[in-house]
Design a protein around this ligand. Structure first.
Ligand code: C5P
Length: 315
């Protein structure tokens, strides 16, 4: 009887120990999963509840992909930007042709607890002159430059690396084989330009001169989603101005593809004009074009104050 009792106690003890180990192990896994950050930075943008609630909730895919269907409503918003007269079905067939040539999905690095994706967004402001930001800019995983932004002769202030260059046909420049061409389309002709610039050459007309051919790596082409442009205008800029500047859209794009964002080269000169770091301003009445420049600047400052981005205001 005594030995039966002993065996019973032993079994009870072993069951207790195994239960403890299982529960404890599960709890540890659970605790770790709670602690695990979505990225390896000190702070990840995707963890920022306020940013998520304010803007990301109504966000859309930043880039077009082969299976993405733009809504007619978004198309109708987009077509007024540069007075597009052609139909939604022409837009759709042009996009179909686009993806017969270019990557069906954008080349993006997914978030991971093991890495910290850093982005430098480099606008073209004159305030980059004598800033000495070059080495800091080059330090980022992703360096986004825009339009005609020069490098040669300005390395000390703007750096040397470009992983992504945002452009539209009227602001296109040739790229090296490692740089992503990020097209901001403002009309159907811009999508056609992309196809022709890599094949037959473009012969159409626009409000400014357009490069007939562009030198770039076809496999690194990405096209910004018109619905994303609308989202930036409606949600981030509260529908102010005609439409957002390329630079501001690039900044919001960076918030979506990086865990940490540093911003350089944004801000008008002392007369309120968007002058560039590589040239003397010709049109003194430029201001910020049709874009809500002051409002954009205010939002950038606010993002910096709330420590969502690091904003380098230059010289
Ligand atoms: O002049 P550009 O459009 O090529 O400049 C790229 C972007 O840099 C602009 O869309 C704007 O957002 C930003 N910019 C700025 N201040 C300047 C010049 C440009 O904020 N003085």
């Amino acid at each position: 009887m005594k030995s039966k009792f002993k065996v019973f106690i032993l079994l009870l003890f072993l069951t207790g120990v195994s239960l403890f180990i299982r529960t404890h192990f599960n709890l540890t896994v659970w605790f770790h999963s709670l602690q695990q950050s979505p990225c390896a930075c000190e702070k990840c943008l995707s963890e920022d509840k306020l940013l998520l609630m304010q803007s990301f909730t109504s966000s859309v895919d930043p880039f077009l992909s082969v299976n993405y269907n733009l809504s007619e409503d978004a198309f109708n918003w987009w077509k007024r930007l540069q007075n597009e007269r052609r139909s939604f079905s022409t837009y759709k067939t042009t996009v179909e042709r686009l993806f017969q040539m270019f990557p069906p999905t954008p080349d993006l690095t997914e978030p991971s607890p093991d890495c910290c994706r850093t982005c430098a967004v480099v606008g073209n402001s004159v305030n980059l002159k004598r800033s000495h930001y070059g080495p800091l800019i080059d330090f980022h995983d992703v360096v986004i430059r825009m339009n005609f932004g020069r490098i040669n002769g300005y390395e000390e202030d703007v750096g040397t690396r470009t992983t992504h260059r945002v452009m539209y046909p009227e602001s296109a420049v040739d790229l090296d084989n490692t740089t992503h061409l990020v097209l901001f389309p403002f009309k159907i002709q811009d999508l056609e330009w992309l196809i022709m610039a890599f094949t037959t050459g473009f012969t159409g007309k626009s409000y400014a001169a357009v490069k007939s051919k562009v030198q770039a790596n076809k496999d690194l082409v990405m096209v910004v989603n018109p619905a994303f442009m609308r989202y930036v205008h409606d949600i981030w800029l509260d529908k102010k101005g005609e439409y957002p500047s390329t630079g501001f859209m690039a900044l919001v794009l960076a918030l979506h593809i990086c865990d940490q964002v540093r911003v350089f080269g944004f801000g008008a000169d002392s007369d309120g004009n968007w002058s560039h770091y590589w040239e003397k301003l010709k049109n003194k009445k430029l201001r910020t074009g049709q874009h809500p420049g002051q409002h954009e600047y205010h939002i950038i400052q606010q993002l910096a104050e709330e420590q969502k981005i690091h904003f380098f205001t230059g010289h």
